[in-house]
Structure formats: structure tokens, C-alpha cells
Ligand binder design. Structure first.
Ligand SMILES: [Zn+2]
Length: 277
């Protein structure tokens, strides 16, 4: 079991050898970055033009052969990766996914309508969820996700991925972000090159919310912002301003709730960044 305390979990190397029969036996490899643990993002590279699937789901590859996939916070089943290189040879490999222990986080003093939303706001919440789901569904042909992520803001970590939340004494869904405390108005920076795929000033739970698309289904979310410096369609370079820390939506104090997704799968952003300096 891996404890959540190890937020500096680093990228383990893993290789998948693929033999290519083309007269002589050539050898292609899919190199994988990331540990096979619950909630992780795995990034890989293989021969350009290869076909890759995870658990039977075909992945789109960049022109350089980069691809990515992830595992849910509660994933226990083994994963099956299949790579078919140009020329036709197929290699299939099965991996175990290591379990993690998640914290229990109690938050009290939230306004009652943020814990049990009144019926009058259900339409608004549904609309918010549609916007978020659409942004996370994009499969943009950009290879930025294969780069090195930076922290979007630095500060004490006050909330962790996968923790079971008990809000005002009521058990809720797990929390899927990493919460970084910082002063109201502190700048948030793009962790990687991106296109802004959603920018909403006032969502019910998450207040000022931005989603950045890093290509091939990898996106990051920025919640509770006090100010947005971007709009949908903006192209950002790593380090560009996204907006400012706030406590809009369901938040007890100023912080960034930072999230990472592979399409609709919620992953642990803390696993893709180096230890905070
Ligand atoms: Zn959070």
C-alpha cells in the first residue's frame, strides 16, 4: 500500500518491449512514465504510427508517438496495454495497479446550501457539469501533455486527492483536487502549454473556474478563483498567468483546488509535479 504522504512520488521507469518482424527482427519500445498506482497519469512514447490501447480503449497518438492514460482513484483491476507497431507486431502487457490509502478530511462551518444544495440550484449545477464534461472530453492534437508539469502556485498543501470528505458531518464524494493555500489574489500560472477550454466566473460549487487543455484528453482545472485572466480559446505558454487565487464557490478560505484529468477520469495532479521547492 502506498501512503498519500509521498506526494513526491516520482516517475518510475517501465519499458514495454515490442518485437517487430520485418525480415530481420527490429525492436521498438513503448517507454512509460508514471507509477502504476491508483489515480495516476501514465505517459508513454512508442513508434510514431503505432496503435495503442489501454483496457481495450484506443488511444490517439501524437505525431511523435506520445500517448497518455490514467487510472481511477479506486481502480483495483489489472490494466492491459496493447501496442501494435507499424509492421503489425502486437505486444500485450498486463499491469497491477497499487492501492493507496486515502485520508479522511472533515470540514465544518460550510454554509448549509453548499453541502446540501437546494432544489432551486439543481439546474445550474447540471449546466455547470455539462460545461465541465464537454471541456474534459476534448481530444486535441497537441503534444504538450508530454512535457514537464510545474506547480501552478506554491504554498502549503491543505487538501489531497482521494480524501473522503465529511462536510458539516455529512459524508460526501472523495475530493479529487490538490488544495494549495495561498493569499487571496496570488497569481496562478499555467503548469504547461495549453489552450483554455473553459473559463467560467461563477460556478455553483467551484466559483471562478478554468480548464486548460494540454492535448489528447489531458486537462487541468483551477477552482475558486477570484479573478480570471483568460478566456476560452486563449493559447497559453507554460508559466503564463491564468488568474488569481480566491475562495469563490464552496471554499472556506483562499486556495487553489488544482485538478488533473484524463478525459472524464479524475487523476492526482500532485503525482505529475516535482516536490515543491
Ligand atoms: Zn479542493
Amino acid at each position: 500500500m502506498l501512503g498519500l504522504g509521498r506526494r513526491d512520488v516520482l516517475l518510475g521507469g517501465m519499458s514495454l518491449a515490442v518485437l517487430v518482424a520485418s525480415g530481420a527482427i527490429a525492436r521498438a519500445e513503448a517507454e512509460l512514465r508514471g507509477q502504476f498506482v491508483q489515480g495516476t497519469l501514465i505517459r508513454g512514447r512508442t513508434a510514431p504510427g503505432a496503435k495503442v490501447s489501454i483496457d481495450g480503449k484506443a488511444l490517439t497518438l501524437t505525431s511523435t508517438g506520445d500517448f497518455a492514460f490514467g487510472f481511477a482513484y479506486d481502480r483495483t483491476a489489472q490494466a492491459t496495454l496493447r501496442v501494435t507497431v507499424p509492421g503489425g507486431e502486437t505486444e500485450t502487457k498486463t499491469f497491477d495497479i497499487a492501492k493507496r490509502e486515502y485520508q479522511i478530511q472533515r470540514i465544518n462551518g460550510l454554509p448549509g446550501d453548499m453541502v446540501e444544495p437546494p432544489a432551486s440550484v439543481m439546474k445550474r449545477i447540471e449546466h455547470d457539469n455539462q460545461l465541465i464534461g464537454a471541456a474534459r472530453a476534448l481530444d486535441t492534437d497537441e503534444d504538450w501533455f508530454a512535457g514537464e508539469f510545474a506547480w501552478p502556485v506554491k504554498g502549503p498543501l491543505t487538501g489531497f486527492y482521494g480524501s473522503q470528505r465529511i462536510l458539516n458531518g455529512v459524508p460526501k464524494r472523495p475530493h479529487f483536487g490538490v488544495d494549495i493555500a495561498a493569499g487571496e489574489g496570488a497569481p496562478i500560472h499555467a503548469p504547461l502549454n495549453a489552450i483554455v477550454s473553459m473559463a467560467e466566473k461563477d460556478m455553483y460549487f467551484t466559483g471562478g473556474t478554468v480548464i486548460l487543455d494540454h492535448g489528447h484528453g489531458i486537462s487541468t482545472c483551477y477552482l475558486h478563483m477570484s479573478r480570471l485572466d483568460v478566456k476560452v480559446g486563449d493559447r497559453l505558454a507554460k508559466g503564463d498567468p491564468v488568474g488569481a487565487i480566491g475562495h469563490t464557490g464552496r471554499a472556506t478560505g483562499p486556495h487553489l483546488c488544482w485538478r488533473l484529468n484524463w478525459f472524464q477520469e479524475r487523476l492526482d495532479a500532485a503525482l505529475v509535479v516535482p516536490p515543491m521547492a
